[in-house]
Design a protein around this ligand. Sequence first.
Ligand code: F6P
Length: 257
Amino acid sequence: DVMKDVSGLKHLEKQLETVLDVPSVVIVPGDSDHNPEVKNEMGLACVQEMERCLKPESIIAVTGGTTLAAAAEIMHPLKKKALENVQFVSARGGLGEQVENQANTICAKMAEKAEASYHLLHVPDQLSEESYLTLIEEPSVQKSNQLLQSATMIIHGIGDAKTMALRRNSSQALLNKIDHEHAVAEAFGYYFDQDGRVVHKVKTIGMQLESLYDNRTVIAIAGGRSKARAIQAYFKKGPDSILITDEGAAEEILSLI
Ligand code: F6P
């Protein structure tokens, strides 16, 4: 019974807003761990939230991951809604993800489908001090920086710490650190413990975590029962956000408390 399902999810959304202390939660039915279609539904919900919050001249920063890739796939032209000069920008450089899951690929695809312009960040995400100081002088990198600083909206994924470190073929040293510091969540290239404390970050030209607390629209998109602990940990200190998740993650989060 569809009406009953919808009101059940609305109730779950309210519970999750309270438990996670997140201003707005949107839950789609199902569990993306078991059914990949559910990621498309989260993608659709993300596009709807974006359209609700967008204004002309918006600058949208995006990260990577398969969930964001689903949102990019489902994007449609924004022009109809008189959204002039909306721009997309990659929030991070190459994070060791497969190319289809990298911020740059997703940024370009989302912008193309939205019929908006985009600016990519063509640098490795993790940099030595020396490379950082050289690359930061590049005009294209300076433009990224300027766009990221003025971004009005940020769309990002959240992952399980260990899963992400392995997916990125991280060094043994980082894997050990993740174990020792009990990292459970990852977002943006930052790793967090269960209290939401940052236990690892890299020297990067991309968006800094602090920027998320700067009065912008932040949309986090992450689902699946396996991400429950990561989502819960990230929001311990997370910025005011719109969280788009699924029933699997939502139910598991509520069972953790
Ligand atoms: O690597 C980019 C990223 O957004 C991570 O910050 C995040 O943990 C992950 O992707 C989420 O990926 P997925 O949507 O595939 O679970």
